[in-house]
Design a protein around this ligand. Structure first.
Ligand SMILES: [Zn+2]
Ligand SMILES: [Zn+2]
Length: 150
């Protein structure tokens, strides 16, 4: 072994930014499959039919600029929705229920990603005008992935 050489040479880094470019960050890990959230809060926060979120460990989130632009809104107790105060782009959400994890808004990522969608969640509050036309798992409430066997 070569001393001082990081064995993970091909480190995975994604870059991302908000619409105005003031908030820039990197994700220093491979992404988890993206969750499509149809809950009413996500719909309103995005102004769209759903949000596309990927959970990233806080330790893999590197904010490069725009800390002063970040504001957060607590739509439900214990859950912060963080956005850019300049352009309004949603950046991530963070809940006390899952400490240390940021749910990054995947649309901010600049590079093509290898992961695909995981599932639709909160389909119980889906926009009436949106049809789900894929075969992904659907959850009426929160995303609850099946535990894989050990
Ligand atoms: Zn911005
Ligand atoms: Zn949601």
């Amino acid at each position: 072994m070569l001393a001082g050489v990081n064995p993970k040479k091909e480190s995975i880094v994604y870059s991302a930014n908000c619409l105005c470019g003031g908030v820039r960050f990197q994700i220093l890990c491979e992404l988890e499959p993206i969750q499509v959230c149809h809950c009413s809060q996500c719909r309103k926060a995005q102004g769209g039919a759903f949000a596309t979120n990927t959970p990233v460990k806080e330790s893999a989130f590197q904010l490069d600029s725009g800390a002063e632009l970040l504001r957060s809104f607590e739509a439900s107790a214990g859950k912060q929705r963080v956005f850019c105060s300049e352009c309004g782009s949603p950046i991530y959400s963070k809940t006390n229920a899952v400490p240390g994890v940021l749910r990054i808004r995947a649309g901010l990522i600049n590079e093509p990603v290898s992961v695909r969608l995981a599932a639709h969640c909160y389909t119980g509050s889906k926009a009436s005008w949106w049809s789900i036309n894929d075969n992904l798992p659907q959850f009426e409430g929160a995303y609850a992935p099946r535990k894989t066997k050990a």
